[in-house]
Design a protein around this ligand. Structure first.
Ligand code: 5AD
Ligand code: SF4
Length: 330
């Protein structure tokens, strides 16, 4: 198994990238096969109480039109996605306290009736909330650590507590969620050592899903003038993660597509096996601007899925017909 120093060396050396991506692709094929899992993403509220320096949804950004979907709108959106064949619904939002434990449990239960897997991506909540969501039917939870460099974490996340984030991830695992985490690549002052530590952390946590994307500066944030993360470096971190963690689920992230118009296909050929198409009503999608030029899925979700299927076929991949758990017996 690769250790931290090996990973730093791989990240430094760009002469072997082609071999690295091929090895990650072989590992993906061996452990998770040629199917691609589609997860229908619903961005149900762009209201957030946190102030992450890189994110356009941060509380201090006043130059954004905030929205919150109603319970009915959320469920309807899930229904539409299920009709199109999605087997997993991802509910994502800013840290919006309007959505109490009870409200969320009601939404989860309603969507669960559609016979789909449910992933939550709604930030740090109490252990009791996490338990209640699980009991209501949620299967998976995404909470990126963003960076394991504690000092960098502090600079990037004013008023947030690194230890609490770790605690949340441990709780999620303990409660029995398939747990996803991940990091940003190319944050100001982020070292290659810290990226290697991020990968070691994913392994130590035994994460079930890992999302990795380049940092993209948003004009209405304190990092507006910072350079964006490097596409190839993000791809390398993702490829090494595949090689180290083997059988996990790894999305080709939208942020990759923003930097390279073929980004998600390249990611799928370098270790990724998941795509998360946005199934949110377009009028909301436009307002969920974590970073600028986020890929939109257009108005016609059926057409979008068909086009995707053709693209996948051209690289020898098919859309998975199951719910896509890491543990296939689930
Ligand atoms: N660039 C790239 N990714 C971002 N995220 C938030 N802001 C940005 C940005 N400016 C990512 C974070 C978060 C996920 C939902 O989006 O990693 O966990
Ligand atoms: Fe809020 Fe998440 Fe954006 Fe941080 S990254 S400001 S928690 S939406």
């Amino acid at each position: 198994m690769l250790n931290k120093n090996d990973i730093v060396e791989i990240l430094k050396d760009n002469t072997q990238n082609h071999n690295l991506f091929n090895l990650a692709d072989d590992t993906r094929k061996k452990y998770v096969g040629n199917t691609v899992h589609l997860r229908g993403l619903i961005e149900f509220s762009n209201i957030c109480s946190k102030t992450c320096k890189y994110c356009g949804l941060r509380y201090e950004n006043k130059n954004i039109d905030r929205y919150r979907m109603t319970q009915e709108e959320i469920v309807e959106c899930a229904q539409n996605a299920v009709e199109l064949g999605y087997k997993t619904i991802v509910l994502q939002s800013g840290e919006d306290n309007f959505f109490t434990r009870d409200t969320l449990c009601k939404i989860i239960k309603e969507i669960k009736r559609l016979d789909v897997a449910i992933t939550l991506s709604i930030g740090e909540r109490s252990d009791d909330d996490y338990k209640a969501f699980k009991e209501a039917g949620a299967d998976r939870y995404l909470l990126r650590i963003e960076t394991t460099d504690e000092n960098l974490y502090k600079t990037m996340h004013p008023h947030m507590d690194f230890k609490n984030r770790l605690k949340c991830l441990e709780n999620l695992k303990k409660i029995g969620y398939e747990t996803g985490t991940g990091c940003l690549v190319g944050l100001p002052n982020q070292s290659l050592e810290s990226l290697a530590n991020d990968i070691m952390f994913f392994k130590e946590l035994n994460a079930d899903m890992i999302g990795i994307g380049p940092f993209l500066p948003h004009p209405d944030t304190p990092l507006s003038d910072a350079p964006h993360g490097d596409f190839n470096l993000a791809l390398k971190v993702m490829a090494i993660t595949r090689i180290v963690l083997k059988d996990i689920n790894i999305p080709a992230t939208t942020a990759m597509e923003t930097l390279n118009k073929n980004g998600r296909i390249i990611a799928l050929k370098s270790g990724a096996n998941v795509i998360m198409p946005n199934v949110t009503n377009t009028k909301f999608q436009e307002k969920y601007e974590i970073y600028p030029n986020k890929t939109k899925s257009g108005n016609d979700f059926a057409e979008y899925k068909e086009t995707l299927e053709i693209k996948l076929k051209s690289i020898g991949r098919t859309i998975a017909q199951n719910k896509g758990f890491r543990n296939p017996t689930k």
